[in-house]
Design a protein. Structure first.
Length: 129
């Protein structure tokens, strides 16, 4: 497998980090209902509510990442550059998640913009190929 393939796998797994934080908090609060797991989202506050929002954003970002990865691969984009940009994207997403959960709004915005810029750079590789 090429490095870019590993970044796609990382992107697929990334939303589960905040998901697990939220599941842990719901379990700690005793509000998790396996029959209706989404109903307990309403009781989340503070960091756990932000973690849930970060999870949802991670699912949204995943679709763009996978689509661009597929297009770039099929266009014949340079796999070395795709891999490098993919690793940077994963790092930016990890920083985004940390900033979101810890309530650092400005850092969250800047890391989000960095992630979008890296997605655009990956799309640019596809266009240039």
């Amino acid at each position: 497998m090429q490095l870019d393939d590993w970044t796609v796998l990382g992107a697929v797994l990334a939303p589960y980090a905040p998901y697990l934080l939220v599941a842990w908090e719901k379990n700690r609060l005793g509000v998790y209902d396996p029959a209706n797991p989404r109903d307990s989202n309403a009781v989340l506050e503070g960091w756990s509510a932000r973690a849930k929002a970060a999870e949802l954003n991670s699912w949204e970002a995943l679709t763009a990442y996978v689509a661009i990865a597929w297009i770039a691969r099929n266009a014949g984009a340079d796999p070395t550059w795709l891999g490098a940009l993919g690793v940077l994207w994963l790092v930016s997403r990890a920083a985004y998640l940390a900033a979101y959960v810890t309530g650092r709004g400005r850092l969250r915005i800047w890391t989000w913009f960095l992630g979008v810029a890296l997605l655009l750079a990956r799309a640019g590789l596809a266009i240039a190929a």
